[in-house]
Ligand binder design. Structure first.
Ligand code: NAG
Length: 188
C-alpha cells in the first residue's frame, strides 16, 4: 500500500516536472484557427528545427499577434492553396508562442525538410533588428520543451530557412543570431 502511494507521488512529481519544462502555448482554438487536416511527420520525432521570420510587421500585444497569425493562415490557405498555416509554431514580439500546425505535423515552410522538421516563425522582419528578448527566450523554451517531451530529437540540427532554399528568411540579423544558438548546423 505504502509503496503504491509513494509511486503515485513520484508519478505526479514527474508529470509536473515535464509540464514545467514546457512554456505556455496559445492554442489554435484560442487564436481562432480555421479547421485543417495536415499529414503526420514522416520522421517523428523530427531531426531538424527550422527558424523563419514572417517578413511582415511585428506585434507586441496578444491581440495584434493573433490578428497576424490569422492573416498568415488565410494567406497560406487562400492564396498559396496550402492545407493550413505553413509553420508548426509562431512566436510573437509579445513573447507568446502560437500553435500553428503544432507538434508531429508535416509543415509547409522549408522544401525537403517539411516532413522531418519543426518550423518556428518569429513574427516580424529580422533583417537588421533582432526579435525582442522575450521572443528569443520563448523560442529556446519551445525547443527545449520539444526535446524534453520527445517531440524533437535530442540531437536535432538547428537551421535557418535560407539553408533549405534561396530566401532572405529568417533575415540577416536573426540568421546571424541563431548561429550561436545550441545545435546550429552549418550543414543541415
Ligand atoms: C518527405 O519529403 C521528401 C523531400 O521533400 C520527399 O522526397 C519524400 O517523398 C517525403 N516522404 C513522404 C513519405 O512523403
Amino acid at each position: 500500500m505504502a509503496y503504491k502511494f509513494l509511486l503515485s507521488i513520484l508519478f505526479v512529481a514527474l508529470a509536473s516536472h515535464i509540464a514545467e519544462s514546457c512554456p505556455n502555448i496559445i492554442t489554435r482554438a484560442q487564436w481562432g484557427a480555421r479547421p485543417a487536416n495536415t499529414a503526420a511527420l514522416v520522421t517523428n520525432p523530427p531531426t531538424h528545427v527550422v527558424i523563419h521570420h514572417s517578413a511582415t510587421a511585428g506585434c507586441t500585444t496578444q491581440a495584434a499577434c493573433m490578428n497576424l497569425v490569422r492573416s498568415f493562415q488565410n494567406f497560406h490557405m487562400d492564396t498559396n492553396g496550402w492545407a493550413d498555416i505553413g509553420y508548426n509554431f509562431l512566436i510573437g514580439g509579445d513573447g507568446q508562442i502560437y500553435e500553428g500546425r503544432g507538434w508531429g505535423r508535416t509543415g509547409a515552410h522549408a522544401p525537403s525538410f517539411n516532413n522531418r522538421s519543426i518550423g518556428v516563425c518569429l513574427i516580424g522582419t529580422w533583417t537588421s533588428a533582432l526579435p525582442p528578448a522575450a521572443a528569443i527566450n520563448a523560442a529556446h523554451a519551445l525547443i527545449n520543451c520539444g526535446v524534453a517531451t520527445n517531440r524533437i530529437r535530442s540531437d536535432y540540427a538547428l537551421m535557418g530557412h535560407r539553408q533549405a532554399v534561396a530566401t532572405a528568411c529568417p533575415g540577416n540579423a536573426l540568421f546571424n543570431a541563431i548561429q550561436s544558438w545550441p545545435r546550429f548546423s552549418n550543414n543541415p
